[in-house]
Design a protein around this ligand. Sequence first.
Ligand code: AVI
Length: 317
Amino acid sequence: MTSPTAFAADVLAGLSRELKALPCKYLYDEEGSRLFGDIMDLPEYYLTRSEVEILREKGGEIAEIIGPEQANIIEFGAGDGRKTKVLIAHLLDVPADFTYFPIDICGNAVEKLASGLEEEFGHVRVVGIVSEYLNGLEKISRPDSGRNVVLFLGSSIGNFSPREIVTFLSNLHQRLCDGDLLLTGFDLRKDIDVLVRAYNDRAGVTQEFNFNMLRRINRELGGTFDTRKFRYYSIWDAAEGAVRSFLVSLCAQRVDIEALKMSFDFDAWEPIHTESSYKFSERQVFALAETTGFESAGAFFDSRGYFMDSLWRVKKT
Ligand code: AVI
């Protein structure tokens, strides 16, 4: 789990940079996870609906490839599990023999998900792990512990920078065994208006989701952020291929953070970068698999071609 000291150190590092930034993983405390649940229901936020459609319509095919032999189904950033439940239903139809290990940094989300799954499916073995992704995997994946099927859904991979993506996938490949599977959700490049609307919803939930990070600093580190003095701003950066989100200071102001015994000055219109959401081309996805040591075992799309779930197999030479 993220310790308060790690949070404090990351806030200090981020707010000391020339372009101020806060790591997007801190968006997901209990309140942030609840707000993200609301985002997934927004009419503008097509990502979750597109992926649920893929898993509903193509989940049978994916489950057949996973097959009936004993497997550890390990999910990174499981959240409320609404997408996974659709896949689990298909796995039970095979019937596959598996234990489900949801890994999430939000303890509350893991607890709720584990009890919800037991209620919904009864006999499914669930072992929740509160951790960051690769640290959590370390607790499960040993050569003698069976086949691994890793799920990284929701295009959460798009919240890493391109360099971090390659490092992450290479590290993951190293920790997995020959023949293990990885199913990753990639949000595809599309009409810019559709992309921009998904991060600028009319109800203002995404704004609250971002403001919550400042409120979290107030709650956990004794900060004095006043969210009324910031504006949420999100744009499509065509050169980067990412929606980039910011909180922009509306005036010159000073914010104190008690846990750091420090103050931070903001100029009027100075931004804090809160998140990048990278969008992918099919070509980029296949190239990524190859660069990081995987081979493609299937590619699944929704009916609008907005989203792709890509199934990769670990190749060890
Ligand atoms: C979790 N992640 C893939 C979301 C995204 O689309 O980048 C987080 C999010 N941020 C604003 N809306 C949703």
